[in-house]
Design a protein around this ligand. Structure first.
Ligand code: ADP
Length: 425
């Protein structure tokens, strides 16, 4: 302000005063002199305003005008726009470098609008999808599931689909939201991984198949021997052998079941049957009462008339696994409650126990193969470590999921829901 005032006062006042004095002296009239001073000031301001106006047409060039308020304002504006220009240059350069790095990533990515219009794409994606220069992603892929995932407002959705380039290749497509209208789509070729998984599954299935017959024969012989041995030593040897061989047979059976569940296609609605869950529960509850370890209070709350829609054998297996676990992991004297309830078009199965409960960090791993909270439970429970993995896959095939509610020292509840069958029995 001080700078503006001094420049303004020095330049203008000096010129104006000289004009005023000259006019007053020549005309001998002080008022005319004052009028001349005012006119000079107005002319001066107008000239500066005009110069300022001319400068604003090209504000990135340094202002060339008379010193004064307008000149100071223009210089300041010029300086700040120069700084802003430098900053945006830096941002543009950094963005260009980032874009280049992104383009060089070995992963395939595409930035597209929700209508499939491609905004940016890297070479890997072009190659993997055989994308022509100007094309619409949705039109090019021609798979309604890809369109759904691109349009979906949910971020991180994943899909496995055939490649538009070669339908023998399987691609994993992942869509992330950039904003309401734009998505970044990540594509990964999972064909080699799938091949490896299939090889592993085939290997497991073959080896389990090969082991099943000899193990069944061994169990049969050992059980027969158990009844006929006459010496104490032989009886002890047979007893020692029978339990691990039986466990190994259960393991092989469970592995075969799991492989079959994983590799067979999901059943369609037409393949689903009426499942008489109350009868399944009745059969299983009679069987568990025969278990050596059963010394529990068994409560039931069953909607007798409700049937579910599913594959009866698989639902039987899921319920059997959950109820057997409740018995095996709940100490003698504990309480086990089985519920089969209906809510609208859905029915739910639940088994609650008063056992030790499970700490939260284990919950998400329970359905992994061979995962055990306590490894010493292998011998205690006699389980194979595959029970909950089997339940998970059965439920996946029924578009359902295993619900686990448990807290240490407070027991556990395992359950799932199924659609209610409206078909006539
Ligand atoms: P397992 O053959 O060991 O029972 P599962 O897959 O059926 O294998 O269960 C995995 C693990 O989950 C078990 O080893 C056990 O630690 C835990 N678990 C399952 N059911 C219960 C339960 N009702 N109460 C406490 N822990 C359980």
């Amino acid at each position: 302000m001080k700078e503006a005032f001094s420049t303004f006062s020095f330049n203008v006042l000096f010129v104006v005063l000289v004009i005023g004095v000259v006019v007053s002296f020549v005309l001998g009239d002080i008022f005319t002199g004052a009028l001349a001073v005012l006119s000079a000031i107005i002319v001066f301001i107008l000239v500066q305003l005009f110069q300022f106006y001319v400068w604003t047409k090209n504000p990135l060039s340094p202002p060339r005008m008379e010193s004064g308020l307008f000149q100071i304002a223009a210089s300041r504006l010029f300086l700040s726009s120069k700084n802003a220009r430098n900053r945006s240059r830096k941002i543009i350069n950094a963005t260009r470098a980032l874009k280049q790095r992104l383009k060089e990533l070995p992963e395939a990515w595409i930035v597209a609008t929700i209508d499939g219009q491609i905004i940016e794409v890297n070479d890997v994606a072009r190659d993997i999808l055989d994308l022509p220069a100007k094309t619409n992603l949705i039109d090019h892929w021609q798979d309604p599931r890809v369109e759904t995932i691109i349009r979906s407002p949910v971020t991180g959705e994943v899909l496995e689909v055939s490649s538009p380039k070669d339908n023998r290749s399987q691609l994993e497509v992942r869509s992330h939201l950039l904003d309401d209208d734009n998505r970044i789509i990540l594509v990964r070729d999972v064909t080699p991984l799938n091949r490896l998984l299939t090889t592993r599954q085939d290997f497991l299935a073959n080896i389990s198949h090969e082991l099943r017959s000899p193990l069944t024969v061994m169990v049969g012989y050992l059980e027969a021997l158990q009844d006929s041995v006459d010496t104490r030593d032989t009886e002890e040897i047979v007893d020692r052998l029978l339990s691990p061989v039986q466990r190994m047979r259960s393991l092989v059976e469970d592995l075969l079941t799991l492989t079959r569940l994983e590799s067979s296609p999901r059943p369609s609605m037409f393949e689903m049957d009426n499942v008489n869950v109350p009868k399944i529960i009745q059969t299983i509850s009679s069987e568990i009462k025969e278990l050596e370890r059963f010394d529990h209070v068994l409560e039931m709350s069953i909607d007798e008339g409700t049937r579910a829609l599913g594959i009866p054998g698989e639902i039987h297996s899921a319920i059997n696994n959950l109820v057997t676990n409740a018995v095996l992991y709940t100490p003698a004297g504990g309480e086990i409650t089985i519920r089969w309830l209906t809510a609208g078009n859905t029915c739910s199965f639940e088994v609650t126990d008063t056992g030790p409960g499970i700490a939260p960090e284990h919950l998400q791993h329970l359905t992994e193969r061979f995962y055990r909270v306590d490894s010493s439970s292998i011998t205690k429970s006699g389980g194979t470590g595959l029970g909950l993995a089997i339940v998970k896959h059965i439920l996946l095939r029924h578009e359902s999921a295993l619900m686990i509610n448990s807290a240490l020292g407070k027991g556990s509840t395992f359950g799932f829901t199924l659609p209610r069958s409206q078909r006539l029995i």
